[in-house]
Design a binder for this molecule. Structure first.
Ligand SMILES: [Zn+2]
Length: 249
């Protein structure tokens, strides 16, 4: 489905020598192979002695970038042994599933209990299964997807825009003298720019009382935001776009 040649689900260990015995590593690799088919992912587990300044988030994000074969599909788990902290960083596409609060909750319930008992392999096994399950949750159950939220927002904006246009249409065609319905037309005399107002002429003729008037109206300065709408939503991949969070044990 992803079009690359990676196995659908991989687990790799970084700097775990002395922290996770080889046989425990084999068991964890076997656990990943036994997971039901689902979302492809690359899971990375790194064990460090300590993170300078307890900058766990920065460290996990940087490490994920550095060690991922497939950065768009990877999840990094950094276990900081002496700090008694575990930090998760995910590809930006999973940021909505792995919010800071949800990541913390996942680690607190799956990693921390076994870790309090000093059993790192068991903590990792439970956490790996929880991460895989979370990746397979239908979108919208854990958190509303950004696409759905954007869709709702656009829908509301269109609805409000339609209401606004309708309101203006009714107002323009309503006679100010007798409230009757009349003909309304407008034409642009001088176009507005982003720095100066324009001018327009409006003409109204009431079909009920016969009122007839022509007026000059100013046309508001064109806002610069409407000139370049859409260009500000550049979703880059800086560190703040990664999903993830952490927990102490
Ligand atoms: Zn009238």
């Amino acid at each position: 489905m992803s079009g690359d040649n990676l196995p659908s689900r991989t687990l790799r260990f970084i700097d775990v020598a002395g922290e996770i015995p080889p046989e425990a590593r084999e068991q964890l690799l076997a656990l990943v192979r036994r997971l039901p088919d689902g979302h492809p992912f690359e899971l990375l587990v790194q064990v460090v002695a300590t993170v300078p300044g307890r900058r766990f988030r920065d460290q996990a994000v940087a490490s994920r970038r550095e060690h991922s074969v497939n950065p768009d599909r990877s999840v990094m788990l950094v276990v900081s042994r002496d700090d008694r902290h575990v930090e998760l960083a995910t590809a930006p596409c999973w940021a909505s599933r792995f919010s800071e609060a949800e990541s913390h909750a996942l680690l607190a319930s799956h990693f921390v209990p076994a870790m309090k008992a000093g059993d790192l392999p068991r903590a990792l096994g439970a956490t790996i299964q929880a991460i895989a399950a979370k990746l397979d949750e239908p979108v919208g159950r854990s958190a509303r997807s950004p696409a759905v939220a954007v869709g709702i927002g656009v829908g509301l904006a269109v609805l409000l825009g339609v209401c606004g246009v309708l309101f203006a249409f009714v107002r323009n065609h309503t006679c100010r003298d007798c409230r009757g319905w009349g003909d309304y037309s407008e034409r642009e005399l001088i176009a507005a720019t982003s720095t100066s107002e324009g001018r327009g002429e409006v003409h109204f003729h009431c079909g009920k009382c016969g009122a007839d008037y022509t007026e000059i109206r100013s046309i508001p300065v064109r806002s610069s935001s409407s000139d370049n709408s859409g260009s500000s939503s550049d979703s880059g991949s800086d560190s703040s776009s990664d999903g993830g969070g952490g927990a102490d044990w």
